[in-house]
Design a protein around this ligand. Sequence first.
Ligand SMILES: O=C(O)CCC(=O)C(=O)O
Ligand SMILES: [Fe+2]
Length: 199
Amino acid sequence: MDLFSAEKKHFNLPNAELLYIENFYNATNAEYYFDILKKTVNWQQDDITLFGKTYKQPRLTSLYANNSKPYSYSNITMQPTIFTSELQQIKSDIEQEVEHQFTSVLLNLYRNGNDSNGWHADNEKALGKNPVIASLSFGETRPFHFKHRHIKDERHKINLNHGSLLLMRGEMQHYWLHQIAKTKKTIGERINLTFRTIL
Ligand SMILES: O=C(O)CCC(=O)C(=O)O
Ligand SMILES: [Fe+2]
């Protein structure tokens, strides 16, 4: 490992390639990005329909891309905004690290412990067969839970710290589900960015 690169943790899991880089951005840069994204992103709260009932999504979201293709998941269709210069900078930092090009970023703002993201996989057709998904976190640390669809004992969590990068690759979206659970603890805001390639 070279002296200047952050520590990389590879997880040895069936049907998934998972890499966690705790200090992808140092505290100063992470602080800078948290503040600017909080202020400048076009945050919105969509409605989701589950079993015929409509709810407000339990977090704010936004989509940015280098194209104008809409992106749909969980009955929501989002229209992208063109990348801001900060998002473009973050995208190219990540692309250099993971050697993969992304077209889009879906951003999540979890306002407090009551905001969440239920069990799901990022397996929309538009993401292709084995999508590469790069997930960057700023602000409050929240645990990322993930479980195998068929192997009962394969259930884990990683605390996603301020400035960290989590990379999901391989067959992960076919075999695993992930979530950000609600918590009763009094906690602050967290911003998460998931970079994706939308075909
Ligand atoms: O907030 C996170 O860390 C996860 C976000 C996520 O799973 C998603 O947006 O698909
Ligand atoms: Fe996800």
